[in-house]
Design a protein around this ligand. Structure first.
Ligand code: SAH
Ligand code: F3S
Length: 484
């Protein structure tokens, strides 16, 4: 696989986002997103809300009337990167004095009013559930007041906002299905920054997908911190399900059913989803994946550690044995499934044996892809309050490198399994390394590059795989697949 540092860098590197100019809008919005895919999708929701307020997006920071940065708090490094970015805005604001700067997302939620004190450049602070309030907050700012709204909601899902697709390749798009997380993993700041878990009405999900299909999108990724926990019973927090009426409980839609509905209604559209939490994953979901050709055979199934002691300290609600059993079941039901992990090394109290257990679990699964991190203590989390961040930096670094090296070996093993096979790839864009080649992904999420020929962006193409690295397949396009 690609260097993990690079992937992490790409994950947290903000990208200027653009949309087509609309004539009636006169103000310019520069919006950057850091962190997870959910943040990228939230920025699209924000762009839609501000589009109605007369804002077009721009890629040019210097000409912006409003700069918004959608922030990430997941690790300390992500926050440091954003603070550095604010310095850059500061320099630009010295020239472009009318420019206003707003902070969105998890750091806004975590730091609240403190942000205004700590970073003088910031005019408004808006948490992930308060984006509908942006027009009012901007009014406050224009009247010379600082504006803050970080109220977390019981039912906000932005279900009726049609996102303005930003930075889109026109082929794949994200659709959010749940917000928040109730799992309270002890290391994780997300439950504090994104609030309690709630699900979105399947009707509005299907409508959004329909509009994407009408615009010729070919692949939809359903997003949530914990998609397997999706449960629609008429609205409200997931934790209040038991208080719902009998009728509401009996007619509720779970994730397997939602997936089935999506795949059935849009048979030509590819579906992916992320993230699956092992403790909430049901075999129904795997059976639904097996049933539909258009649900991609790829699961992002973070485990965080292979050690039972660490899993317990992290408040992950399963053991290594249960995780292995889940993986066995997945491969039994869908033998061609590809799997990826998130792994945290150097969590509080992690011994050499715990680390070895992680390596052993990786050897057992042989993940196709992985995202690996050194533990970073986050203020306010249970781990920060109750456990000691006692693993020295150099030990964390060494363990991280060992885990990365092993993942690279497994990634190569997995890409090699594609050699000689002819598989369907969806063309998503031009290869970064060679402008004469397309890049596309197969159902397992593995990237291939091949000569462009007469094929176009968004085509489903059959490619014979002839060579590979640990990150990329190289092949020859043989023709269109029957999905076009
Ligand atoms: N909802 C997902 C994870 C969201 S955060 C799940 O079910 O696991 C994405 C990843 O960041 C996590 O899986 C974890 O590996 C990593 N992460 C979260 N908090 C972290 C911390 N404090 N230090 C290091 N990595 C962390
Ligand atoms: Fe975080 Fe665990 Fe939820 S990693 S997002 S608390 S599943």
């Amino acid at each position: 696989m690609e260097s993990v540092e690079k992937i992490i860098e790409e994950k947290i590197q903000g990208k200027a986002l653009v949309t087509a100019n609309k004539k009636e809008n006169t103000k310019k919005l520069f919006i950057e997103s850091y962190g997870c895919q959910m943040n990228m999708n939230d920025s699209e929701i924000v762009a839609a809300i501000l589009d109605k307020e007369g804002y077009n997006t721009t890629q040019i920071l210097e000409e912006a009337d409003l700069v918004l940065v959608n922030t990430c708090s997941i690790r300390e490094k992500a926050e440091t990167t954003i603070r550095r970015r604010l310095q850059k805005y500061n320099a630009v604001k010295k020239v472009n004095k009318k420019m206003k700067v707003g902070v969105l997302g998890c750091m806004a939620e975590r730091l609240k009013e403190k942000f205004l004190e700590e970073e003088k450049i910031v005019d408004l602070v808006v948490g992930p559930d308060a984006y509908r309030d942006l027009p009012n907050l901007l009014q406050e700012v224009s009247e010379g007041r600082d504006a803050v709204n970080v109220i977390l909601s019981k039912d906000e899902t932005y279900g009726d906002v049609a996102p303005v697709r930003l930075n889109s390749n026109g082929v794949s798009a994200f659709v959010s299905i749940t917000r928040g997380c109730d799992n309270m993993c002890t290391f994780c700041v997300v439950p504090f920054t994104r609030g309690r878990e709630r699900s979105r009405d399947p009707k509005s999900i299907l409508e959004e997908i329909q509009s994407m299909v009408d615009q010729n999108f070919k692949e939809i990724t359903l997003l949530g911190q914990n998609v397997d926990s999706y449960l629609w019973f008429g609205g409200g927090l997931k934790k209040d399900f038991k208080k719902a009426t009998e009728m509401a409980q009996a007619t509720a839609t779970d994730f397997a059913q939602l997936l089935d509905m999506c795949a059935t209604e849009f048979p030509k559209t590819r579906f992916r989803f992320s993230t699956s939490n092992p403790q909430d994953m049901s075999l129904d979901v795997i059976h639904t994946m097996a049933k539909h050709k258009n649900i991609c055979k790829y699961l992002h199934l973070p485990v965080q550690s292979g050690s039972n002691a660490m899993l317990k300290a992290m408040n992950r609600q399963h053991t290594r044995e249960e995780y292995k059993e889940l993986v066995d079941n997945i491969f039994r039901i869908v033998p061609e499934m590809s799997l990826s992990q998130d792994m945290i090394v150097g969590f509080c109290g992690e011994t050499e044996q715990d680390h070895q257990d992680t390596l052993e679990l990786m050897e057992y699964v042989k993940y196709d892809f992985g995202f690996m991190f050194a533990y970073s203590e986050r203020p306010g989390t249970l781990a920060a309050k109750k456990l000691e961040d006692d693993i020295p930096f150099d030990v964390k670094k060494r363990r991280l490198q060992t885990v990365i090296d092993l993942q690279q070996k497994h990634a190569l093993y997995r890409t090699q399994q594609h050699l000689g096979k002819t598989e369907e790839f969806l063309i998503e864009g031009t290869s970064k390394k060679d402008p004469n080649k397309w890049k596309g992904r197969n159902t397992q999420n593995t990237v291939a590059v091949f000569d462009k020929g007469a094929y176009k962006l968004g085509d489903f193409v059959l490619v014979k795989v002839e060579d590979c690295t640990s990150a990329t397949l190289k092949g020859i396009a043989l023709g269109y697949s029957d999905n076009n």
